[in-house]
Design a binder for this molecule. Structure first.
Ligand code: HEC
Length: 188
């Protein structure tokens, strides 16, 4: 026979389950987004130009870029002299060439691109639309038809949400503009 007390306990535990699982997850989610923006600003290694930028997007973009490995390929060398964590040294990002490209990947002919803002403020010379299209499809609309980016992990990065890709773009708009890295080289 069904025990009413047990059913009541079960119903109560279900309610508590909903209260403890659903509501805190939503709250955590909101908190997590805020902490990613904060963490993004904390991790950013270069002076930012926030003029005309959306600061929350810049912070989120910094979080994605600086925890996402972009530096490993797009800053060459990735670390300043004496700041290479792979050698057990306290990490210091190479801010002098931050995101200015110039990493070679022998034996392939490919070189990582300069992602800093061009003279008109566009990261890698791409509009937001072109930037998102490039990451989604691997084809930079400014390249000849059919050309696909090689080595660049666009099949993975292109799966990010529109908001994430916009945030990456906004962050790259805010970092210091630099000419293409004058000393391209493979990973030292
Ligand atoms: C494994 C190395 C690697 C990583 C990691 C990497 N990239 Fe790249 N990226 C490249 C290379 C190499 C190219 C140039 C490819 C080519 O010319 O075919 C490139 C090209 C690009 C381009 C196209 C630029 C243009 O003008 O067409 C964009 C945008 C870009 N990367 C953004 C990023 C972002 C943002 C991240 C981090 C989320 C990132 N990349 C991480 C290697 C990498």
């Amino acid at each position: 026979m069904k025990c009413p007390a047990r059913s009541a306990r079960f119903a109560k535990s279900m309610l508590l389950g909903v209260a403890f699982v659903t509501i805190p997850v939503a709250a955590l989610h909101a908190q997590d987004n805020q902490s990613r923006v904060r963490q993004g600003f904390a991790l950013n290694p270069v002076p930012l130009n926030l003029n005309g930028k959306n600061p929350a997007l810049v912070g989120l973009g910094s979080y994605i870029v600086n925890t996402g490995g972009c530096n490993d390929c797009h800053t060459n060398p990735a670390f300043a002299a004496g700041g290479n964590p792979y050698l057990g040294q306290p990490e210091r990002i190479n801010t002098a060439e931050f995101m200015a490209g110039g990493r070679l990947f022998p034996p392939s002919p490919f070189k990582s691109a300069n992602l800093t803002p061009d003279a008109t403020g566009k990261p890698a010379g791409l509009t937001l639309y072109q930037f998102i299209a490039t990451l989604r499809t691997g084809h930079d609309p400014l390249d000849p038809p059919g050309a696909l980016l090689q080595i660049m992990p666009w099949p993975a990065f292109g799966k990010k949400t529109d908001l994430d890709l916009r945030a990456i773009y906004e962050y790259l708009r805010a970092i210091p503009p630099l000419p293409d890295n004058p000393h391209p080289s493979p990973n030292p």
